[in-house]
Design a protein. Structure first.
Length: 558
């Protein structure tokens, strides 16, 4: 194909082949692309969430060990083997995991409209084989994570100790439970801080000035197929006349501020030429820089309100071979002073620099602003932007549709608001922010439920102690402080681990952006406040309830 292009003198074009299945994760410009790194990250987060849920099962199972001790001891006395009991407890874990998976599948199907509303149109169907394969893997993992340790612990009891009434709540399992609680809240705290950073970065991207106006602008692309057929049958003059007529009709409409013809997207310029096809005074023979190009007409600056720092904008045919450079191009191309009037030849044009446009973001914030050459060589344009009066966008769209029907009756009228096009450029970042929020909420809920259940069992074991302390004069505040102190210490340890971990993760993530926010102390303070508040709610409810119980009743129950 490249040979065919060369034989037909089609310059600056190269063709390569790529599998359709690989295109979503490719680097091809002009397409919505996936991010393999984010897929891996969210896959890992899914596994970690599964682990936190399994931790709850392990903690609650081992916390209830005294209630299962007699069962295990009696079964061993009547001849049950340790292997048999081990398989019994693992089977219990499997049944619970399988039931949870079935409920999760049903909820996933039920909540799929909400999920699609948050992250986009992603079909969910239980007839899809990957769904069942993933479900089977999750059930297997959950059974292993849930069942192995509790089964080993419960099947290891000695019948003699059980019958003697020995206590098991002081076994080493309590230390493991503390470690697991720390792990849960480390994950929750990390996700909370990450959500704050990602949200602030996304807002920074969407709300900071890109260097051009994007409100009240409607953009359409002419039907390329129809344009080329007209070009081949009637010639370039007919196409140019039609395009200019459309522009003139729109300019005459009172609700239209300005109209421009161009090729490309101002928010994501993908057109490039070989730097060997350009030359200017002072260029070194061995200097071949990258060169992004944007082809526009004389009204482009008025539509997008670009700023010139020197020179003037295009003035029709008089500047047909001249160019305008951005500030970065002036610096990186080592253009001599005075800049205006310097020779700048490009492709088959021999022209001069007539203006310098203030740098604007013509690509995403992932990359720094690079050199840009703006020109208007060919009058054959495929894109049109219309800037409407404030509050008159709908009327302008209706007028555009009517004019479109006159010239392209067989082609559908499709338009894009410039605001939407700009936001679509950062669609993956908005999606990342939403997904991280969902993951953090789920992690917090799971960790809170686990801490709530664990604190319930811990307080039940200290019922007599609480009653005696109250009889001896301890206040409700003293009791609550006693019961919450240990759990809050675990949460504090978790946050101490989460803070540097989240700082490292977010620092690495922000490195993807050439323009980014700074990670500040308040983000960690907010994360700590949210984490502590959640822990206080989870443990505090049970603590206050236990502290306000009648002490006589508590002692009598023991």
């Amino acid at each position: 194909m490249n040979d065919i292009y060369a034989k037909n003198d089609i310059v600056n074009s190269e063709v390569s082949l790529e599998l359709l299945t690989d295109m979503y994760f490719s680097d091809v410009d002009g397409f919505i692309r996936g991010n393999t790194k984010m897929v891996s990250i969210f896959g890992l987060l899914g596994i970690l969430l599964l682990c936190t849920a399994c931790i709850n099962y392990i903690n609650l199972t081992t916390a209830k060990v005294t209630q299962r001790a007699k069962e295990a001891g009696i079964k061993k006395i009547v001849g049950a083997k340790r292997r048999t009991m081990f398989l019994q407890f693992v089977a219990e874990s499997f049944i619970i995991s399988l039931a949870a998976a079935m409920v999760a599948l049903y909820l996933g199907l039920l909540l799929s409209p909400l999920y699609q509303l948050l992250v986009g149109d992603i079909p969910v169907s239980l007839s899809s084989p990957p769904i069942w394969i993933i479900t089977a893997i999750v059930v297997l993992l959950a059974t292993i994570l849930n069942g192995i340790y509790p089964a080993l612990m419960l099947s290891s009891f000695q019948p003699v100790n059980v019958l003697k009434g020995n206590s098991f709540h002081k076994m080493k399992g309590s230390s493991i439970r503390r470690i697991l609680v720390v792990f849960q809240f480390t994950l929750s705290s990390t996700l909370i801080i990450c959500v704050i950073v990602i949200f602030m970065q996304t807002q920074f991207i969407l709300n900071t000035d890109p260097g051009f106006r994007r409100d009240h602008i409607v953009r359409v692309q002419f039907p390329v197929g129809t344009i080329f057929r007209t070009y081949l049958s009637s010639g370039q003059e007919t196409v140019m006349s039609s395009v200019q007529t459309i522009k003139g009709k729109l300019q005459s409409y009172p609700d239209v501020v300005s109209v421009s013809l161009f090729n490309g997207n101002i928010e994501n310029v993908v057109n490039r030429i070989r730097s060997t096809d350009a030359d200017w005074d002072g260029r070194s023979e061995n200097f071949f820089p990258g060169m992004n190009v944007l082809r526009v007409d004389e009204d482009f600056m008025d539509v997008y309100e670009l700023l010139l720092t020197d020179g003037h904008w295009f003035a029709g045919d008089a500047d047909m071979h001249n160019v305008i450079l951005n500030e970065t191009a002036i610096r990186e191309y080592n253009i001599r002073e005075p800049y205006i009037g310097q020779r700048f030849d490009m492709l088959d044009m021999k022209g001069n620099i007539i203006g310098i446009v203030k740098d604007f973001h013509f690509k995403s914030r992932y990359v720094k602003i690079t050199p840009l050459v703006i020109y208007q060589q060919s009058p054959l344009f495929f894109d049109l932007s219309v800037k409407a009066q404030a509050g008159k966008t709908d009327e302008v769209v209706r007028e555009m549709e009517a004019i479109w029907g006159e010239f392209f009756p067989n082609d559908p009228f499709e338009y894009t608001f410039m605001d939407d096009a700009f936001r679509n450029l950062y669609q993956s970042d908005v999606l990342t922010s939403r997904l991280m929020l969902i993951f953090s909420i789920l992690a917090v809920i799971i960790a809170t439920l686990g801490l709530f259940g664990l604190s319930t069992f811990a307080i039940e074991r200290r019922t007599k102690e609480i009653g005696i302390r109250k009889v001896l004069g301890a206040s409700t505040l003293n009791i609550v402080n006693l019961l919450t102190r240990e759990f809050l210490l675990l949460v504090a340890i978790a946050f101490t681990i989460a803070a540097p971990l989240s700082w490292w993760a977010m620092s690495r993530w922000l490195e993807n952006f050439a323009y980014r926010i700074d990670i500040t102390v308040w983000m960690f303070v907010a994360g700590a406040a949210i984490t502590i508040f959640i822990a206080l709610v989870a443990v505090g409810i049970q603590s206050v309830k236990a502290a306000t119980e009648n002490p006589a009743k508590a002692i009598k129950m023991e």
